[in-house]
Design a protein around this ligand. Structure first.
Ligand SMILES: C[S@@+](CC[C@H](N)C(=O)[O-])C[C@H]1O[C@@H](n2cnc3c(N)ncnc32)[C@H](O)[C@@H]1O
Length: 270
């Protein structure tokens, strides 16, 4: 892993880190031995996780392309942004809508240091180090208020991150209240109802993440994830396995579901 101002101390590097485990699934090089070991334990229980991580990235790309294109959104807040990799939110949003404004938020200082070093310094993109559990700190952060005008439609993105929170509905509700009508919520979230092999692999995976830098949270049921869209109208095709959300080619996700994804629009008149 390249040195950056946020390079973790030796002890932090010994704790499996969710951003770097995810980087390992995606075939990246920004990870340490502790991350690789934990990720390999996850893959031993659930070999399909690597494919699901790639499906999640592809979902993210299609969703941001839809929001910046068809939906006409120009303002994005990407919470739990992760280590910048090809096809990141600012890259896709700015390609589709060159004037777009994007704020990337992550609680991990190393992720933020890498994002600051690699993302375009055009003034369209800001990186904010904050935890999603404190929505007020994000919504009131000067870098956010300087770039995002909450009186106009914006998209709030939670790709593969809300399952690291104990109280996901409180977090989403706080953002919903700040969002103007015509804004969008997009998320992907871990579920354990239909994973290959039943509940055994899911509880093993949960235990491994319980030793990571993001030990909290839970897999939720489909009904619980759906409830996160309260106050939003789901756009077609609704809440589905991430590979099945407006796929660019036919997929076969039926029956295997680690990550559900969806996009909701805050109605003009609630
Ligand atoms: C699995 S990665 C997802 C990255 C990216 N959103 C994607 O879907 O490709 C989860 C990211 O969420 C971040 N994260 C975990 N818990 C968080 C929290 N409480 N607040 C903010 N970010 C968090 C991690 O640091 C990591 O970068």
């Amino acid at each position: 892993m390249a040195a950056a101002s946020g390079t973790p101390s030796a002890s932090a590097a010994g704790t499996p880190n969710t951003a770097r485990m995810y980087d390992y699934y995606l075939g990246g090089k920004d990870n340490y031995a502790a991350d690789r070991e934990a990720a390999e334990q996850v893959l031993a229980n659930a070999p399909e996780i690597r494919r699901v991580a790639m499906e999640n990235r592809a979902f993210l790309g299609r969703v941001v392309g839809f929001l910046a294109g068809e939906a006409g959104i120009q303002q994005f807040i990407d919470i739990g942004t992760g280590l910048p990799t090809r096809g990141n939110v600012p890259e896709i949003a700015l390609a589709a809508a060159p004037g777009a404004q994007v704020v990337c938020v992550d609680h991990d200082p190393v992720v933020c240091a890498h994002a600051r070093a690699l993302l375009p310094g055009t003034g369209n993109v800001e990186v904010v180090e904050a935890a999603m559990e404190d929505p007020g700190a994000i919504l009131g952060n000067p870098a956010v208020t300087g770039l995002i005008d909450f009186s106009r439609p914006a998209a709030v993105l939670f790709f593969s991150v809300l399952h690291f929170a104990d109280d996901a509905s409180r977090i989403v509700r706080a953002f919903r209240e700040a969002m103007a009508p015509g804004s969008y919520l997009a998320l992907s979230h871990g579920v354990a109802e239909q994973v290959p092999g039943g509940s055994g692999p899911a509880s093993q995976v949960r235990q491994i993440y319980g030793r990571s830098d993001s030990p909290r949270g839970a897999f939720r049921t489909r009904a619980e994830v759906l409830a996160l869209f309260d106050g939003f109208e789901l756009v077609t095709p609704g809440l589905v396995p991430v590979a099945d959300w407006r796929p660019s080619r036919a997929t076969s996700a039926a029956g295997r579901t680690w990550l559900l994804g969806g996009v909701g629009r805050k109605p003009d008149r609630p």
